[in-house]
Design a protein around this ligand. Sequence first.
Ligand code: PBG
Length: 325
Amino acid sequence: MFTPYYRPRRLRRNENIRRMVRETHLSVDDLIFPLFVTEGKNVKNPIHSMPGNFQWSIDLLVEEVKEVHRLGIPAIILFGIPDHKDPVGSDAMNDEGIIQRAVKAIKDAVPEMYVITDVCFCEYTDHGHCGAVVDGDVDNDSTLEMLGNQVLTHARAGADMVAPSGMMDGMVGAIREALDDNGFEKIPIMSYAAKYASAFYGPFRDAAESAPQFGDRRSYQMDPSNAREALYEVDLDVNEGADIIMVKPALSYLDVIRRVRERIELPVAAYNVSGEFSMVKAAAQQGWIDEKRVTLEILTSIKRAGADLILTYHAKDAARWLAEL
Ligand code: PBG
């Protein structure tokens, strides 16, 4: 009979030793909670494809942010859903727009909360694309100018960090220049550097009412087949002055997270997107999986792959579960 000499099971015998040799630790400090803000008063519209998530009016959003803060979550990222949409997404660049008023209200009521704004146009344009459309395609360079205007309204409203998600070439450089030229050199940029044209965004587009009205986003978001190209995108954004680099989605792209982690020294964020969240919720509602264990396993795997920060709709649940552990 073969008797093994090496026995890795020795270090798995009880919870104490497992804790002692654990390599990856998930913490509430890692979590960023996405929130959707809409016009009106006393509005809390359930997003049916994302159980437990809502479109909030500003008054109720502020209460929700207090709860997020009580749970110890350090940061939120905000998405605006304006009443008014037009071809260039004017509400996105308006100092009195939905997101700008939401940021002000939150920073007044819960100044300790770190407020990140998503910087994009898809929720604000009537065609649902992430910038100005010329000849049926998003025009890169005129969108850069619009992005500069948009971030200044976020900065003036009091945003702590801006997160451009439109995958325009040069977006980080253009935004850095706009911020620096206007006295906002202290505001960091978290770039959605490697953002894929993914089917996992489906529920988000319901939530944010941002589905493209024609075509798709494949002329600006990345082809899911490509990983080297992600590294090129990341290099460009680092060179243009990004402070944090994001990979999105997370779960089908753990290999990309790992490769980015090994390539750069900046913090890496990963977006555990709406479709990834909703699949877990749906299976849990059917009683097919243990929601808590699956969620914590997923979030841990994203960290193990190399992410320092995780944007996730599971943040509130995870914060509660981590506090129980
Ligand atoms: C674009 C944006 C999207 C998401 C975050 N920012 C959608 C898109 O590119 O269509 C998706 C997030 C998610 O699915 O959770 N502003």
